[in-house]
Design a protein around this ligand. Sequence first.
Ligand SMILES: Nc1nc2c(ncn2[C@@H]2O[C@H](COP(=O)(O)OP(=O)(O)OP(=O)(O)O)[C@@H](O)[C@H]2O)c(=O)[nH]1
Length: 737
Amino acid sequence: MQLESPRNAWKLFLLLAAAVLALAWSVAVIHVRNVNENTLEAAQLRVQTLARVHAEHAELTLTVADEALRHLRDIAQQDKLAAFRDEARRISGAHGGGPINRATLIGPDGWAHVNFIDGQERPPVFLGDREHFLAAQRSSEDRIVVSEPIVGKTTGEWILLFARPILQRGKFAGAVVVGFPVARLGEFFDTLDHDRELLTLLSPTGRVILRSHDQGRHVGKPVTVPAPAETFPLTSPLDGVTRLSAVRELASWGLRVVAGIDQRWLDRENAEHARVAYLPAILLSLLLLPASWLVYRAGRKLQAAHDALQYETTRSRTVFETMSEGLLLLDPRGVVTFTNPRAAQWFPQAAGRRLADLLRDAGFALVTQDGAPFASDDPIAHLCLDAGENVDDAWLKRGGDDALWLSLSARACRDADGAVSGATLTLVDRSDEHARLTESALAAGIIDGMHDAVMITDAKGQILRTNPAFVWLTGYHDDEVIGKTPTVLSSGRHDDAYFREMWETLNRQGYWSGRVWNRRPSGEEYCVWHNITSVRDVHGRIARFITVSRDITEQETREGELWQRANFDPLTGLANRTRFDDRLAQTVAGAQRDGHAFAVLYLDLDRFKPVNDTLGHAAGDALLRQASQRMRSILRSEDTLARIGGDEFALILPRISGAGDTARVAAKIIDLIDAPFDLAEGTVSIGISIGIAVYPDDGRDATALGHSADLALYAAKAGGRNCWRFAEHATQEQESE
Ligand SMILES: Nc1nc2c(ncn2[C@@H]2O[C@H](COP(=O)(O)OP(=O)(O)OP(=O)(O)O)[C@@H](O)[C@H]2O)c(=O)[nH]1
């Protein structure tokens, strides 16, 4: 059992307390038992002595009485009546010797002729009915007859009588009787302690002759007493008291002496002994039990605190040993008092050394995150230990092959009085992070230095960062776009489908590039070439979109103009032959794929040349523009109207349900052109002829269709102009209305 443990300490105390109590109680019990045994033995001795001494006393008294009885009987047997009377007077008198106070001579007739009591002769009295007389009469030998205790006829007191027969020549001639008050047997009673001791004299038949302290109240009453034994408890039927008793028998008399000591007294004695003997044990118990309880409670609390402390210690040790951070504890002088395993990897055998020496020997320099020397030459000593301030943002840097960057934070520890009692240094290996920080700073510098605009958004498209080139390109500053989506840049030129396709590609491929027209805050539109890349996090989820944009407005504009020029008629704005051929080829391909019908119309103005000739070329141009507008006004967006020559037009109706559709369009155009044109130079009227070819009946490719339409136009011209002709009906004239 280790005493260091509080649990064991209070257990030991409890054990000792229990041992002391057990000892005290054992001593008390043994003592009480011994004392009780001694008391019992003393009581037994006393009661036996009482019985014996009283029996001897009674025996002596009775022997003396019997001596007197024999003497009187011998006188009576010799018929010496006068001598008998003298002796009877003397013996029954006060100075007769012995206890006898009465002497009687009873004749054979039962009459007591001589009867002395207390030395006084009394008148004759008939005693023939007395048991002792009858017993003497019945007896054929000379033996003493002891009466039961009886009430004297003359005195009325309890007396005990002894009789012997007078035998003359073997014949009963009366009896001599002596007697005395039973109280005379109780002279010895003065020596008794009447409160607890009792002596009882029983007749041979078991009747009470005398009890020591009941004034004759129970005399004559029968009592059953067991056979004599050493000592035994006996409950008296007379008073119900149990006594430790001893019995003595007066063998020659048949009488028994019963001595008793009140058991209640014995019990009281025992109780008193117990009280005295148990008192120290009880007092000790009263002292030790509460003390044990207090010690137990204190022990439990101490144990709980001890366990908690041990748990905390174990937990702290586990934390210290398993934490990825290095931990050093310093005393107020800056000497290392503790290192955890992690710190020991960097600073082996650091305990007991000054921190400054330790850092120097391990090749570490105290620097800022940028690697610059720290402002204070020894911040741990000066700031933390001297001034009690915390130190953060400090780094320990070690170069070389085993380069390390440890972030350092120092916390001042204070004692209960608030004085700095040391410091806790926490070191974290942030070499990788430092490298990353350096890289990101580098990357940030690169982004800022890029000529292309950079915009970084989160996964939801909210703008997180831009670079100076972005501001220059878009005209928006950071505070106007950060937190917003790129729609703030939108020009509205692109429809939703355009951006939907962009997002789908981005999500699918992680990359999208294309041109986007945007608008500056000034309203000026510009075109950029976007390279958008999605960046995913470690979980594979898109975290960022990085958009690198380059201004291609100039290039776009130039290309647009070239394209416009290549594809459109500059006078009317209609598609030119190149574009018409292109669209026709696309329509043929679509129809060949789908099998639908479409129509190709060749249109040629009638009587245009005279306008030129009469009103001038500018009027002709104006007429061409107006005619173009009239035709375009009735066409659908998917129809392609092209100017393919001076006053020659071509029209593609890409989706027709039948010839009727085309005829209706042709008729409408004829009507429109037929109406007079108001020109600056005057009003003119012209007409238009139309040749119609229908896919697939009039040709299955562009060339065939063009040829058919051309023939149909020729037919229309030939047919009188200002009318239309289907290619298949090229020979039939059909007048316009
Ligand atoms: N003002 C103007 N005239 C043009 C242009 N291109 C061609 N022309 C003239 O358009 C005329 C076309 O000739 P035609 O088709 O024979 O003239 P037309 O009177 O319509 O003859 P029909 O078609 O037989 O009725 C020529 O005089 C061309 O010089 C142009 O761009 N502007």
